[in-house]
Ligand binder design. Structure first.
Ligand code: T68
Length: 840
């Protein structure tokens, strides 16, 4: 059958070849030259930085492919239980320096490129930053892959190969403008197209009931998912795992030769074009979800292709001598769903087991529910995915049937074991038909009901899941809920992005083992008062500040004083993240500086406030915030009375590469969301790791960071999560009295000081006691006074540089917990039940 696929390798093996291998500078140079000659993508007479980048990347890829193959063969032989991480998003960032760093070949590559007339840094900068994700959720998935590989875990990632990733942001007089980001414009040297890994994907159609009662999904549209593998090397290990991303295409027979021959050239390729559109764009959802059919198609494509692949591998590893039992499936396979976006993995696994493999419902359900686990990343009600039942039933009729049956059985179970919960069923059930005009499928409920484990991403967040969002589910299945506090990879986020600081850390700890055992950073505490360390530390931070200042000057034209306090807030723009609170306080600072005498000005701490982040294209309020930051910057930076004491810079087109420059340069970073709303945050961990102090609320992982680094090294302000509902209530009752400084700042904006753009709707959101887009839902006015106080403490602390540096050292020293190695080890032991499988 033309759709059947085999991932098994042929018994005829490819004979080994003699080929220059990159082991030392000499081998590397030969290998790069080899690729420049024999894998040419450009005129062979040219060897400019761009060509050199592609040849260099291809040379690295040779080593990665070799290791990837060895790892695959080893897993195949040992046959351990394996985890599959399914995510709609990955924010991988550039791969070259990370890959050669993990391979331990950075010096060899630098020397080889030098021999060839290039410098490594320039070559590294040629690479595009593939932005196949929106924000924290996507970057977390990429940090996790790095840790899985480094810990030698049998684990793979699955994702989608979007043609256009997240949009490119340009800042003009109008504010944010979005442009398509074509990361594949000149192809990616890291992906390996797998023409032998292709699966059929069906949409629409109908469910047939056969004579024996078996159900079969037939008809509709059929297309194919084609695999591309991106090798993910571990740090200082041979293990190299796979990020397998799928591309949609139509089967070759869909090209209509009759139409073409009849002169209808474009119509002939209609079906092919339509299929390609499925993976054309990454949906720009950060917290809000666009109910688009195309998005549902994407989700299904990801789940169906990945599960067909997982089943094929499960069978393949149990060849003739090892007959397979389906009952063993969940002892060999675990599936982690990154938020609800891959929820269709649940009904798809049920369908494959029942309709394709012939299992009964009960057996299929036991297997499925002991295989899948779900991570929640948000408690914002508007971000909990819901799909129209009508859309789901039309696009995926068989899956809709299965979902309805899961719901029915859940109702029966509650009736049997917890009749006291029956009056709660309307909020617990998967199908919500309470609005007869728009019945929906609640994806989070489907996940909770079907998963063996559900986890939040920071202690506070997981508590909120157990006590609020999923409280009744928690009373039904108390052992189902866990916490897995997020983490970040110390390789990309310290070792490679700040080589200066890394060298100092290695020198004082007398080992570089902290790169894979981040708890060792506590060893820095004993030296925090050491003048020599403080001097070296300050010099490294200054070097990082200068490097970033140069970047900012290049992209914005604004000159930055490297001696000023570098204060940074970079993340997606969202009202709950409160970039507005930040910029309002900057306006206050500006007003106060203007009122100072020359003498008083001498004592002020100069600051450069930097904000960066993308606003969802249709999120008007977020775009107004971007505009305001830029307008305030225009005024402040051009005011000669203050610009030596205050600069405001909007960092355009924030992405992983920009983060790698900004975070090491930061001295203060802002994590100031309304308490209870940021599930975790992960950049807070990266900043703390790089010795940047935090000004923040008791939200998400801030709580744990403050515990680890000590409360004296954290600038805390704002309402607590448990008080937020009370404060909102009080406001509704008209009991909120705004601080005069808050009124002063808003009046200043209204006066037209920052231009004639209409900030009305933005300021309106802060007024009134209640109402949509009003009533200060995010408590900006409430937290404004304590925020200003915390900011004064920052200035005070910065005046004592020795003490500031000490706090900075303690911040790094206390960040060990926030390694994604710790997080992934906990997932491996407590959820996935998998063990390391190192390639010998
Ligand atoms: C983030 N979520 C959380 N969502 O906001 C953040 N949403 O607190 C947490 O640290 C991080 O996840 C990792 O756990 C997101 O980034 C999205 O990007 C998103 C994408 C599509 C639809 C909804």
């Amino acid at each position: 059958d033309e759709n059947s696929v085999s991932i098994s390798e042929s018994s005829r093996e490819i004979p080994p070849i003699a080929h220059p291998t990159p082991e030392d500078a000499f081998g590397v140079a030969a290998n790069i030259q080899y690729h420049a000659h024999y894998s040419p993508h450009f005129s062979p007479s040219k060897f400019e930085p761009e060509q050199a980048f592609f040849s260099t990347a291809e040379s690295v890829r040779d080593t990665l492919i070799q290791r990837w193959n060895e790892t695959y063969a080893h897993f195949h032989k040992v046959d351990p239980k394996q985890t599959y991480y399914i995510s709609m998003e990955y924010l991988q960032g550039r791969a070259l320096s990370n890959a050669i760093g993990n391979l331990g070949l950075t010096d060899a590559y630098a020397a080889a490129l030098y021999k060839l007339g290039h410098d490594l840094e320039t070559i590294v900068e040629q690479e595009k930053d593939p932005a196949l994700g929106n924000g924290g959720l996507g970057r977390l998935a990429s940090c996790f892959l790095d840790s899985m590989a480094t810990l030698n875990l049998p684990a793979w990632g699955y994702g989608l190969r979007y043609k256009y990733g997240l949009f490119k942001q340009k800042i003009t007089a109008k504010g944010q403008e979005e442009y398509a980001e074509d990361w594949l414009e000149k192809f990616s040297p890291w992906e390996i197209v797998r023409h032998d890994v292709v699966y059929p994907i069906r949409f629409f159609g109908e469910v047939l009931v056969e004579s024996d009662g078996k159900r079969k999904w037939v008809g509709g549209e059929q297309l194919q998912a084609l695999a591309y593998d991106i090798p993910i090397p571990g740090y200082k290990t041979k293990n190299t795992i796979s990020l397998r991303i799928w591309e949609a295409r139509s089967p070759p027979q869909d090209f209509d030769l009759y139409a073409f021959n009849a002169g209808k050239h474009i119509n002939a390729a209609d079906l092919q074009f339509k299929a390609q559109q499925i993976c054309a764009v990454l949906y720009p959802g950060d917290e809000t979800e666009e109910g688009k059919l195309l998005r549902l198609k994407q989700q299904y494509l990801l789940c169906s292709a990945s599960l067909q692949d997982i089943l094929a591998r499960f069978k393949e590893r149990r060849s003739k001598d090892k007959p397979f039992l389906w009952a063993e499936f969940s002892k060999k396979v675990s599936v982690q769903m990154n938020d609800t976006h891959p929820t269709l993995a649940i009904p798809e696994l049920m369908r494959l087991l029942m309709d394709e493999e012939g299992l009964g419902w009960d057996e299929a359900w036991t297997i499925t529910s002991s295989t899948v686990a779900y991570t929640n990343h948000t408690v914002l009600p508007e971000a909990l995915e819901k799909w129209s039942q009508a859309v789901m039933a039309k696009l995926l009729p068989r899956h809709f049937e299965i979902i309805a049956e899961i719901d029915k059985q859940f109702h029966a179970l509650v009736g049997k074991i917890r009749p006291d919960l029956e009056d709660k069923l309307s909020s617990l059930s998967i199908l919500d038909s309470s609005n007869p005009d728009k019945p929906v499928v609640r994806m989070a409920n489907l996940c909770v009901i079907s998963s063996h484990t559900v986890n939040g991403v920071a202690e506070l967040h997981s508590d909120i899941l157990k006590k609020e969002l999923f409280a009744d589910f928690n009373s039904l299945w108390p052992t189902k809920f866990q916490n897995k506090t997020n983490g970040v990879t110390p390789r990309r986020w310290l070792r490679f992005c700040s080589p200066e600081l890394s060298t100092i850390i290695t020198k004082w700890l007398r080992t570089d083992e902290w790169v894979t055992n981040l708890d060792l950073l506590t060893g820095l505490r004993q030296f925090a008062d050491d003048k020599q360390l403080q001097t070296e530390w300050a010099a490294a931070k200054t070097a990082n500040k200068q490097r970033f200042a140069k970047y900012l000057q290049d992209v914005t034209g604004i000159e930055v004083d490297s001696n000023s306090l570098f204060d940074i807030q970079i993340k997606r723009i969202h009202e709950y993240k409160r970039q507005l609170l930040n910029i309002l306080s900057v306006i206050y600072r500006y007003k106060k500086i203007k009122e100072l005498s020359k003498g008083e000005q001498m004592k002020a701490v100069p600051r450069t406030v930097m904000l960066g982040g993308k606003a969802f294209a249709t999120y008007a309020q977020a775009k107004r915030i971007v505009k305001l930051v830029n307008d305030v910057g225009q005024v402040v930076n051009n005011d000669r009375d203050v610009s030596h004491l205050l600069k405001v810079i909007f960092i355009p087109n924030y992405n992983v590469t920009v983060a790698e420059l900004a975070i090491p340069a930061s001295e203060l970073s802002q994590h100031i969301s309304t308490a209870g709303m940021e599930a975790s945050g992960t950049s807070n961990m990266k900043f703390a790791l790089n010795g940047s102090l935090i000004i923040g609320t008791l939200d998400g992982a801030n709580v744990e960071i403050r515990e680890e680094i000590g409360k004296n090294n954290f600038f805390l302000f704002g309402a607590r999560a448990e008080d937020v509902p009370i404060l909102r209530k009080q406001r509704e009752e008209g009991k909120f009295v705004p601080d005069p400084r808050f009124e002063e700042v808003k009046d200043f904006i209204r006066s037209g000081k920052f231009g004639d753009y209409d900030y009305g709707p933005l300021l309106e959101s802060l007024e009134g006691n209640t109402g949509y887009g009003r009533g200060d839902y995010f408590l900006v006015g409430q937290d404004f006074p304590s925020y200003l106080e915390a900011q004064s403490k920052v200035d005070e602390a910065y005046r004592n540089q020795a003490h500031w540096i000490k706090m900075s050292i303690l911040s790094t020293a206390g960040s060990g917990k926030f390694s994604s190695d710790r997080t992934i080890l906990q997932y491996a032991q407590e959820i996935w039940k998998i063990q390391a499988c190192p390639v010998p």
